[in-house]
Design a protein around this ligand. Structure first.
Ligand SMILES: Cc1ncc(C[n+]2csc(CCOP(=O)(O)OP(=O)(O)O)c2C)c(N)n1
Ligand code: SF4
Ligand code: SF4
Ligand code: SF4
Length: 1225
């Protein structure tokens, strides 16, 4: 007889009292943890980090709403400047007697480690809820493994692992109970994204039950031990060699009790809820010979395989309490019959003989005649499926099972990987599985979350939802995996055998040829496309799709949802239509009931947006279900030839691909990166320059078309385009005639050149359709037109134009117009359509890109700029372009300083050597080189000139290379001595240091104002010749818009759900106080001319420069969208919301005022402006009483700031006047 938790669960639930206390609700793992943390704590300290952030956001929201915890008051929530700060504050809070919690992951948890030692050492109760995520090494990733939690196992925290959403709630609660009673702090962890973001049916613990289980006496004792002048003591002492060791050993008695305390609470919990947990839960055959030991969500496919093969002598141990590791409990859980154990670790400790959990199990079974092997799975969020589990049990059956194996990848170097077979459908019987392919921001994910809610709340069925996203912030793919059925579903992997597949974007069919692979024979496939007839489908469907439809005998439906959405006035939002289609075709609920519930959900969801939007969505539902067309396809589709499908990918893409693109990027673009073997990935995560241009996403339905007749050739469209998809070119008549489609190239005369004509070219495959250019054009000469009409001709012309020489000397590159003839060395990033960050950096690359080294803080700019395998930073015809590196979020300023120090030292060394060579007259026979090197010494510190001379030297040495290259034998023709040749060779080898480098240290306001401020401040004080560029979106955009110290008062952001109560920090003024720092405050979207001026001045300044760039962002909730970003930003400046200025300390020495105010006095209408952004407007509906007061205070803040700057400028005027007067006297 199999023993499984599910069976135990059922037995106990039948006579459980808990039904009185609990409710079944759809929720994700983060919500479950946040709920428990909220209910069981007095205070929480927060800092955002994916995938843990939503826990803090929920706690903040509930607190703002006044929700009470089990102690009868709202949790007190405080956002800190970093996780290090959160842990420090938490330490103080528990020392002062509170019960405290925090939520974090990955790098954030690592920053807490020093305090974790202190909290554990001080025997203080606290629970850290961890949505575990890998710690970035060769690359940053937001997905799960246990490298973060494993890095803390020596801190003294107890560690509890949850593998499902229900467990997060239950074991999270038990962690709080146990910490109170044991005085040992707990780390409660669950798998990031997999469990944290999986929506499942959860029995929610009722506060009454929680209250009943808490040990109030232990809370009292904790209070008695706290820092308090009424019973004072001193803690955190300095200790010598005499006593430290003893103290460490003394705490063992507390740790020894923890397993018993936890088990006792688990037993009590089972009595009350019917859900029995054990420190080590065994499932499987009672006489199992092969057992797998695993922690976290990886247990679920193992459990499913055990149930699928009930006659095999196999079993599973799920580790719940990992620290303290109770050997006694482990051994008692293990069947006596076990011969071999495979321990699965979700982490890799390089160089270790075994992985952490494996080492523990080896110790635990010491002397027991059991063979233990170990393997790694699921690292970096890699899928772990029943088929992989099967291969692990099969490995255990081998004569010599593979130890230290990997599963889920192809290791073709060390051959560690286990191969696994076909998918095994192991979900609970009766489960229906549905996959939805949507596009980021089309509402598909939200609609599917809603669908689970409707199913779970209105049927006896259980539900599960998991959502996978691609890396792009705009136009990315989303894949929703929905399961529902009569039994609880914990399958922690993506659907491999589906009953229903919906494809919401027709272009996916050509791009992702595996889209229909999971479809079960006879299952349903629904497509959103304009092809309602068999003739149209015959013409447009890729053959691979036709073939799969016919061979699997799929029930195939089409709906033109995009057209319906347009007709009802919801252009682009097809979510409700596709959801209605799902309910109609899936039969999960009677159609009438489902539609009724859907409409109710619409009312709830959209009421805030007005009656009109509600009605449109209801119309979309009704029209949607009436317009589903079942397609009767011919048998012949079975034999459609997929070879012909290559035509669906633009042919130009395949032809000239470099090796990286062909071998690595293309498979990843086709979502087949999981199959890449190790040998294809042997460059530590580096990306060659300029790979983003190979993607050609072409996802926008509309792109701009240029009307040359009205164009005034200002290049504003090009400056402001966030994606570098519209550019001006100078083209000769001859070149024009050679273009693939000269007839669609319009040209204009340009006053500065007779040789060339001016034209504007658009890349329809790279344009995101953001409309920024069209809205910003002063003459209205760009009209958005259907992209299909532009793709072929303009797409090919674009490719042609990109090969024309860059003609950047006709105009000065430091002017608005001239800058745009310079090649942007940032193009086609993954940023949101209309992003305000990208045009700023793009412009910087147009000015200095070929000499730039960028240190980039983690944030949006590192995600849209540095996600493998896309590199939007490209190079010029010489192969020069920005070199870009990311260290962490918190250390970027220091990382940049390190780069600057390294480059300057290496150049100084080169200079010393060259001076030495010249002093020794090594080049006496070579007057050309001698003169070039002397010139170089003179311009060593001049960015432009050193670059020019560098190119001359390089060209010259290139021509002499055959005479001095070390690898070749000394040429008999060489006129030089050995020493001279060596010197030339040295210079040649170091030629990349001849040109001065322009160091840019860039990141968002979260970095510069908060977590990295210490480093920023240190660099401001360093005097080094570096440029700090702050992309100020006034929130932590990358993690979903949490408040930073740059957030203005009254602004609603996450973690300040009730509107920020303090004013925006004035980082610029703080930097100005150093006196020698160049400081500029710019807004490219509003005033590009001022921005170019500031960026140029900043680069020129020989010292530290700080440029703070205000960037419109989707997080601002601009009511008319980011497409109107530039006009909106102009409003922001004119109303004084943001201030433009430049402070140049060099001017003072020239007798000029260093402070230049580029903003004029704020115009009236400030409150009107606030109405145009949801971040301000929404406060009126959520906290109406506060809204007016805070907005008035904000007006006061910005008025005072303006006055402060005017006064500051005035001081210099007086000073200069006095100086002049003195001179006269
Ligand atoms: C130590 C640490 N904590 C948290 C994070 C998660 N994180 C990455 S980017 C980011 C926000 C970045 O915000 P900001 O600096 O304002 O840049 P933006 O995304 O707005 O461009 C956060 C919180 C992290 N990477 N490391
Ligand atoms: S619509 Fe947006 S992405 Fe397209 S060219 Fe214009 S500004 Fe660039
Ligand atoms: S913004 Fe308009 S007027 Fe200016 S160059 Fe572009 S298309 Fe011409
Ligand atoms: S800064 Fe804002 S608009 Fe730009 S990519 Fe990030 S979230 Fe999107």
């Amino acid at each position: 007889m199999l023993q499984t938790t599910k069976k135990i669960k059922k037995k106990i639930i039948s006579n459980s009292l808990f039904k009185m206390f609990s409710t079944k609700e759809p929720m994700d793992g983060n919500t479950a943890a946040a709920y428990i943390g909220y209910m069981m704590s007095d205070v929480a300290f927060l800092y955002p980090i994916t995938p843990a952030t939503t826990m803090g956001e929920l706690a903040d929201k509930w607190s703002a709403e006044g929700k009470k915890n089990i102690f009868g008051i709202p949790l007190q929530v405080t956002e800190m400047q970093s996780e290090g700060g959160a842990a420090g504050a938490l330490h103080g809070a528990v020392a002062a007697g509170a019960l405290a919690t925090t939520f974090t992951a990955s790098q954030g948890l690592l920053l807490m480690i020093p305090n974790m030692y202190k909290i554990a050492g001080g025997l203080m109760p606290a629970v850290f809820h961890i949505s575990s995520r890998l710690v970035g090494g060769q690359g940053l990733s937001i997905f799960c493994d246990h490298s973060d939690v494993m890095a803390t196992r020596q801190t003294g925290f107890a560690m509890m692992s949850s593998g499902t959403v229900q467990e997060v709630m239950d074991l999270g609660f038990i962690s709080h109970l146990a910490t109170i009673q044991s005085s040992i702090p707990f780390l409660h962890f669950f798998d990031g994204f997999r469990t944290s973001h999986e929506v499942n049916s959860v029995d929610v613990l009722n506060p009454e039950l929680m209250k009943k289980m808490v040990d109030y006496q232990a809370i009292e004792k904790h209070r008695e031990k706290s820092l308090n002048p009424e019973h004072p003591h001193l803690r955190g002492t300095v200790q010598g060699t005499d006593v430290y060791f003893q103290f460490i050993e003394e705490t063992a008695r507390y740790y020894n009790k923890v397993p018993y305390i936890v088990q006792q609470y688990m037993d009590q919990f089972a009595e009350k809820t019917g859900r029995q947990y054990r420190l080590f839960d065994y499932l499987g055959h009672p006489e199992a010979e092969r057992v797998v030991v695993v922690m976290g969500s990886g247990a679920s496919p193992v459990e499913e395989i055990i149930e699928k093969f009930p006659n095999e002598k196999i079993g599973l141990i799920k580790v719940r309490l990992y620290r303290p590791f109770s050997v006694e409990h482990f051994l008692s859980a293990l069947p006596k019959t076990v011969k071999r154990i495979a321990v699965l670790d979700r982490v890799k400790e390089n160089g270790a003989p075994s992985q952490p959990l494996q080492s523990d199990v080896v110790s635990a079974v010491h002397g027991k005649n059991i063979e233990v092997i170990g393997g790694r799975f699921g690292i970096g969020g890699k899928e772990f499926t029943p088929a992989m589990v099967r291969s692990i049990y099969d490995n255990l059956n081998q004569l010599n099972p593979k130890n230290n194996f990997t599963v889920g990848i192809t290791d073709d170097i060390l051959n560690t990987s286990l191969s696994f077979g076909e998918n095994i459908d192991a979900v609970p019987q009766g489960t229906k599985q549905c996959i939805f392919w949507g596009m980021g921001s089309d509402g598909t994910v939200g609609a599917n979350k809603n669908a689970i809610k409707i199913i779970v709340e209105n049927t006896p069925l259980y539900g599960q939802g998991y959502f996978a996203y691609s890396a792009h912030k705009s136009g990315g793919v989303t894949i929703s995996h929905l399961r529902f059925g009569p039994k609880h579903i914990d399958s922690s992997y993506m659907i491999t055998d589906s009953d229903y597949i919906a494809c919401h974007l027709k272009s996916y069919l050509g791009k992702y040829d595996h889209l229909l692979n999971p479809a079960k024979p006879g299952s349903k496939f629904i497509l959103n496309s304009p092809w309602n007839t068999i003739e149209e489908l015959e013409k447009n469907l890729p053959n691979n799709v036709k073939r799969q439809i016919a061979r699997k005998k799929l029930q195939f439906y089409n709906i033109d949802a995009s057209k319906i959405a347009d007709e009802v006035g919801l252009s682009g939002r097809i979510n409700m239509i596709m959801q209605a289609v799902f309910f109609k075709l899936s039969n999960v609920l009677p159609e009438d009931k489902a539609i009724g519930l859907l409409k109710k959900a619409i009312e709830k969801e959209y009421m805030r947006k007005g009656e009109d939007i509600v009605q449109k969505n209801k119309d979309a539902v009704d029209t949607g279900i009436r317009n589903i067309i079942e397609i009767k396809y011919p048998e012949t589709w079975k034999d459609a030839d997929p070879e012909n499908d290559l035509q669906t990918i633009p042919k130009k893409i395949i032809v000239q691909d470099p090796q990286f693109v062909r071998d690595v990027m293309r498979p990843i673009l086709a979502m087949k990166g999981d199959n890449l073997p190790l040998t294809k990935l042997d460059f530590a995560g580096k990306i060659p320059s300029g790979t983003s241009k190979y993607e050609k996403r072409g996802f926008s339905d509309f792109v701009p078309k240029w009307d040359s007749s009205k164009c005034i050739q200002c290049n504003m469209c090009s400056v402001l385009c966030p994606h570098a998809a519209i550019r001006p070119f100078f083209i000769s008549e001859e070149e024009k005639n050679k273009a693939p489609y000269p007839e669609v190239i319009d040209v204009l005369e340009d006053p500065k050149t007779k040789e060339y004509k001016f034209t504007i070219q658009i890349s329809p495959f790279d344009c995101t359709g953001c409309t920024v250019c069209a809205n910003a054009c002063p003459e209205n000469c760009l009209q958005m037109v259907p992209s299909e009409t532009m793709k072929t001709k303009h797409g090919d012309n674009w490719d042609y134009m990109m090969k024309l020489p860059t003609r950047d000397s006709i105009y000065k590159t430091t002017t608005l117009k001239g800058s745009q003839f310079s090649q942007p060395l940032l193009e086609f990033s993954g940023a949101c359509a209309g992003c305000g960050e990208t045009p700023v950096i793009k412009l910087v690359t147009q000015l200095f890109g070929d000499q730039m080294i960028i240190a980039n803080a983690s944030g949006c700019s590192s995600v849209w700029g540095g996600t493998f395998p896309w590199n939007p930073y490209t190079s010029n015809s010489l192969g020069h372009g920005p070199a870009w590196g990311n260290s962490l979020f918190e250390d970027n300023a220091e990382y940049g300083l390190g780069i600057a120090k390294s480059v300057s030292q290496l150049r100084v060394k080169l200079m010393a050597y060259i001076k030495d060579f010249l002093a020794k007259d090594l080049f006496e026979k070579d007057p050309v080189l001698t003169s070039l090197l002397r010139k170089w010494i003179d311009v060593f510190d001049d960015r432009v000139e050193s670059n020019n001379v560098s190119q001359e030297i390089q060209k010259y040495l290139e021509s002499k290379k055959h005479l001095f290259e070390t690898n070749s034998k000394k040429s008999i023709f060489s006129e030089f001595s050995n020493e001279t040749e060596n010197a030339m060779n040295y210079i040649y080898k170091n030629k990349d240091l001849l040109a001065k480098k322009s160091i840019w240290i860039q990141g968002g306001d979260g970095w510069a104002y908060d977590i990295g401020y210490g480093g920023v401040d240190h660099i401001l004080a360093s005097g080094e010749d570096v440029n700090l560029l702050v992309l100020d979106t006034e929130v932590y955009s990358n993690t979903g818009g949490q408040s930073s110290k740059s957030t203005p008062r009254a602004g609603v952001a996450k973690f300040t759900a009730s509107g920020k109560t303090t004013a925006k920090k004035d980082l610029g003024m703080m930097a100005i106080t150093y006196g020698n720092v160049y400081v500029a405050s710019i807004c490219l979207s509003a005033n590009p001319t001022q921005a170019i001026k500031a960026i140029t001045e900043a680069e020129k300044h020989k010292g530290v420069s700080l440029v703070i760039a205000y960037c419109p962002c989707i997080e601002h909730g601009i009511k008319n969208g980011l497409g109107i970003g530039p006009a909106h930003a102009k409003e922001a400046i004119s109303k004084g919301y943001y201030l433009l200025y430049r402070y140049d300390p060099n001017l003072l020495a020239l007798g000029k005022n260093p402070m230049v105010l580029d903003s004029s006095k704020p115009k009236p209408g400030f409150h009107e402006f606030l109405k145009s952004e949801n971040r301000f407007e929404s406060l009126k509906s959520t906290f109406p009483d506060d809204a007016k007061l805070k907005q008035d205070q904000l007006l006061n803040d910005i008025t005072q700031r303006y006055q402060r700057y005017v006064a500051f400028k005035g001081q210099f005027d007086s000073l200069l006047k006095q100086k002049k007067q003195k001179k006269k006297n």
